[in-house]
Design a protein around this ligand. Structure first.
Ligand SMILES: Cc1cc2nc3c(=O)[nH]c(=O)nc-3n(C[C@H](O)[C@H](O)[C@H](O)COP(=O)(O)OP(=O)(O)OC[C@H]3O[C@@H](n4cnc5c(N)ncnc54)[C@H](O)[C@@H]3O)c2cc1C
Length: 411
């Protein structure tokens, strides 16, 4: 931090010299945060290390892990205790992802689902009655919620969604479809973004339970990561009005809640990149070729130096974005953190595969898994290009309409 001090003999020239003040930035975790991180790590080593490889290759949501984490108070970490949460901070949740992922990368998805994903938007805006209805199972590790935002014709341009709700007495009738939802094959509850009317102002969201008549969870497809997603179909699907989370005009609020989801996505990218980095480092310390250890080749040392620098830089941006005193994180800080973490995580995992050679490319080591997973987060939750668009808007302090002239004219 710097403080400003006017220099007396320069007063008339209106010059202010900026001199270093007392250093206020602390780049370390506090003692409590470190103790918390260590305890989560010990828990993960004790309970999650054994099944880490099998879990990574199982596409289904690990409800057993969810129940274990729930028992430890690791779901709803930053939620209000009145909602069944732990009253912790967003940074505590980030630390949890880091520690769990460092032992079992796949289990970090459960931390995401119970702290950062659509559950976070739900907690922010749900009514007391909706919370009472759904939170006990979601925070107890017995249920998982999936986000239905993307549509076949509305990906990055999310506001072009067509799925719509029409009022009919005390009900809404929903028609449309959704794609790519994380945990959609296993979810019990779906947070569905849709339109109540035209334009961005017409967008809101509803809660739809699996099994609701007119709502079909289609046949699962696989991502490159091995995760599965199911298309969602709504055909004359009637839901009660009490299932509305945010009515028309709710889009901005939803996207603010989505910033937390983006930070969970950033945390996992970084944590899996670091996991792969650590495995490659251990490998380079013991593997010999041409009579020398791999770590003695300068070509590989430089890879490690680049990876370490990118991972640490991204971590600082992530911690800045997650260190909110209250409310939701800033869109600008979140976009920068996600961009940096997505790129650093993937690049580290990708290089780790290369450094470990055939072993790194084999499914017996989790390095290739980390590479496949980190690749997906460069697309999911706001692709790296869309994040750059968002950052550029802050740089230039103006909005850039991404739509072509023809599209605007046709509206
Ligand atoms: C692992 C994974 C998990 C996901 N989970 C969910 C989920 O839980 N719920 C959900 O609703 N969706 C989910 N998605 C979908 C995800 O949100 C979309 O894939 C994403 O928004 C991109 O949309 P798209 O795939 O239609 O690509 P498109 O929007 O068609 O984009 C294609 C390419 O063009 C680029 N592009 C598009 N517009 C611009 C522009 N204006 N400027 C520069 N480049 C541009 C994109 O960055 C991308 O590289 C998930 C996707 C993945 C991969």
């Amino acid at each position: 931090m710097f403080s400003c001090r006017a220099i007396p003999w320069l007063k008339n020239r209106h010059i202010v010299i900026v001199v270093p003040g007392p250093l206020q930035m602390d780049f370390n975790l506090s003692e409590e945060q470190q103790m918390f991180a260590d305890s989560v790590r010990r828990f993960a080593e004790d309970k999650l290390a054994a099944g880490a490889l099998a879990r990574a290759h199982d596409p289904r949501f690990p409800f057993d892990v969810a129940r274990l984490l729930a028992e430890q108070g690791l779901l709803g970490i930053a939620f209000d205790p009145a909602d069944g949460g732990q009253g912790g901070t967003l940074l505590d949740s980030v630390i949890t992802i880091e520690q769990i992922a460092s032992v079992c990368p796949r289990s970090a998805d459960v931390v995401q689902a119970g702290n950062f994903g659509p559950i976070r938007t739900f907690v922010e805006y749900a009514s007391a009655e909706q919370k009472a209805r759904y939170l006990p199972d979601l925070l107890g590790g017995r249920a998982v919620i999936s986000l239905g935002m993307s549509e076949p014709d509305a990906g990055s341009a999310a506001t072009e969604m067509k799925t719509a709700a029409k009022a009919d007495g005390d009900h809404y009738v929903i028609d449309g479809s959704k794609v790519f939802g994380t945990h959609s094959p296993d979810a019990n509850l779906f947070l569905v973004y849709l339109r109540f009317g035209p334009g961005v102002g017409g967008i809101g969201s509803v809660l739809v339970e699996r099994g609701t008549p007119g709502f079909t969870v289609g046949k699962a497809s696989s991502f490159m990561s091995g995760e599965e997603w199911s298309p969602l179909y709504f055909e004359n699907c009637r839901i009660h009005k009490s299932n509305v989370l945010l009515g028309p005009g709710g889009f901005k609020k939803q996207i603010s809640g989505f910033n937390v989801e983006r930070l969970g996505n950033s945390s996992r990218s970084l944590a899996l990149g670091r996991y792969a980095f650590n495995l490659a480092r251990e490998h380079a310390l013991v593997r010999r070729q041409f009579g020398r250890l791999l770590c003695e080749f300068q070509g590989l040392q430089w890879k490690f130096a680049d990876m370490a620098t990118k991972l640490d830089s991204a971590q600082l941006l992530l911690y800045r974005a997650a260190s909110v005193k209250e409310g939701l994180p800033s869109a600008y800080h979140t976009a920068m953190a996600k961009l940096a973490c997505n790129q650093a995580g993937f690049e580290a995992a990708n290089e780790a595969v290369q450094i470990m050679g055939g072993l790194g490319y084999s499914t017996e080591a989790l390095v290739e898994y980390c590479m496949r997973r980190t690749r997906g987060w460069m697309i999911a939750g706001g692709s790296i290009e869309i994040l750059k668009n968002r950052i550029a808007e802050d740089v230039f302090e103006r909005r850039f309409d991404q739509r072509g002239v023809q599209v605007r004219a046709a509206e």
